[in-house]
Design a protein around this ligand. Sequence first.
Ligand code: GLC
Length: 743
Amino acid sequence: MKTIFFLIISALLIHQLQAQSLSKPLGNLKSYKKTSNGVVVQTDHGNLKATVYSANIIKIDITEHAAFNDFSYAVTALPDAQVKILIQDQRDNITISTDSLNLVITKKPVRVSLYNKQGVLVNGDDEAFGTSWIDDQITTYKKIFPDEKFIGLGEKTGGLNRRGSGYQNWNSDVPGYETRQDPLYATIPFYIGIRDSVVYGIFLDNSSKTQFNFGASQDRFSSFSVDNGDMNYYLLWHSSVAKILESYSWLTGRMPLPPMWSLGYHQCRWSYFPESEMMSLAKNFRDRKIPCDGLWFDIHYMQDYKVFTWSHDRFPDPEGMLTQLDNMGFKNVVIIDPGIKVEKGYAPYEDGVKKDMFIKYSDGKEYNGQVWPGWCAFTDFTKPDARVWWGTLFKEDIDQGIDGFWCDMNEIASWGAKTPDNLVFNFEGHPVSHRTGKNVFGLEMSRATYEGTLQLFKNKRPFVLTRSGFAGLQRYTAIWTGDNLAKDDHMLLGVRLVNSLGLSGVPFAGVDVGGFVGDASSELMARWITIGAFCPFYRSHKEYNGKDAEPWAFGENTEEISRNYIQLRYNLLPYIYSAFYEASQTGMPVQRSLAINYSHDNMIYQTDYENEYFFGPSILVAPCVSTVRATKVYLPEGIWFDFYNNKKYDGNSEMWYEAPLEKLPLFIKAGSFIPEQSPVQFTAQQPTDTLTLHVYYSSFNSHYVYYEDAGDQFDYQKGDYYKREMQLIASSKQLVLAKVEGN
Ligand code: GLC
């Protein structure tokens, strides 16, 4: 009997030991010390550091090593030394308190939980797993609640609520991706959790391959993992999603004011060439009175696809052509790929080799991969000197009259799609392998392009569009969602992707309107161009093959619809620009998922309604596919007005709404102010001097901030702007305009 008992106990112990060696837990607290803004805890198996960044943000670092790795490409804020902190050692735990939160670190075992000041658990470690390692992979497991929802995570497919899904971050070139494919091109490891009455944010600041699980294939926890490296994450707590976004964008930076022309309509194709075709495109827009600001040059403008060159057969006089286009009111953008052709006598390559600007293998040999021009070397954008050097390469393009730059293929993309892991990235002088460098390559390419062109443009605002990126990309660039398909479900996916990017700190985003791969029907093009008019970045683009895709290529009806909605976009520019101003001040996106204002309304997460969003503060857009002529719409709490006929609706209601192709469902929230200007054909054209202000009456007081400046330079920083706050006093139906701010 004794022997059997002993055997059972031994078997149980062995089983437990085996299980433990599979997963190494952080363990119990061994010792701890206070720092100026938090604590460092030594545990059985590692070290944990909690650092207060602001009254609402605490960073948690966990490592197996003696030293913490604090470097970040994403975060620009430093811990605010003014924040009042109280650290208390209770018997079983240590509590760090600020004015708005309490972080509790239990000692046995070490677990981290965030409470609000009412004592409600906002977010807490899973009791069983906490933070632990499996081999090199470190994972933090969080408690999951039955009603908990997860939104954000950047450019991710799937629904608005990410509950039940898992995702990976590994920037990838995914031409013609599927509507559920993951990962896509860009990584933003930031999400917002919503449950009960609380909302919180988690930002995992590690550029290695990371994984997120929001209760996918299990219902025990949500979790996030780093495949190689340490656990570095920020916990953000606030009273609303808008405030969380303000905190997150404080941490990772906000977008600068964009040049006004970049908010107009853009026409792109792979590729418009030669010069005569580009000029006839330009003439068509003006003759047909379809407003347009941006005409784009895809890869065929180059000589043998070599960046920073022009094909002189196709474009014999770039400067002359760009001057003519400029005279017609067009701005021009060229594509720039990171691959620099390996070729003797090609200045960017030879100079880059001489100055040691390219990525190398770990044995010091230059890395070459194949892209459009054939074998290429790749600038190491994580090397400060290389960023400066890259920035100088734009001089000739800018002197010739190019206004903006389109950074493509920066995941890094190459034929074969398997960039080797044994490449070395400088990482600001602390070399890392491709496993850690890859996800920030696109971010740093955009940064080098923004900073370089900023120098060269002097007082003119740069414009950069990128395909790949990482958290913080909004500081330098707009982003588009790559090579989508000309299909209805992709059109709606595009809406969700831009909504999600907005929930992840990136206000300036867009999709290839009309679809990149395949030929859109005239109905699809009509619907897409109307939805695009209510998207922060508005550009039609299409692959090399297939039919023409300009607004007039789909027949008279689609041309008419395109003209009307593009014109509407231009009329609304004062409203749109004010929304971008708000984004630059608070991080509030321009395209706003309803989850920002109605976070706790379960209806907005339903499949029928999850694509609805606000464009700016006031216009609710209910996008629908091109195959229907009526659609279900949900209006959340409040009073709403039909954009087309001012019909009044009570919120908290569902309805069928007639949506012929020429009528995108649009509703205005009561209490809104919408400034509108007279029609122009391009943004540099002067509208009349009358600005029309539409005010939508509400029984509550409401207010609005109107902002305007020169739209293309930096003198607003010296006070050259016009800003005016407006109030609607409901009881007296009075409109009060505050004093004008600015020169
Ligand atoms: C990539 C880009 C696409 C571009 C093409 C040619 O596929 O995503 O937008 O047109 O390359 O440059």
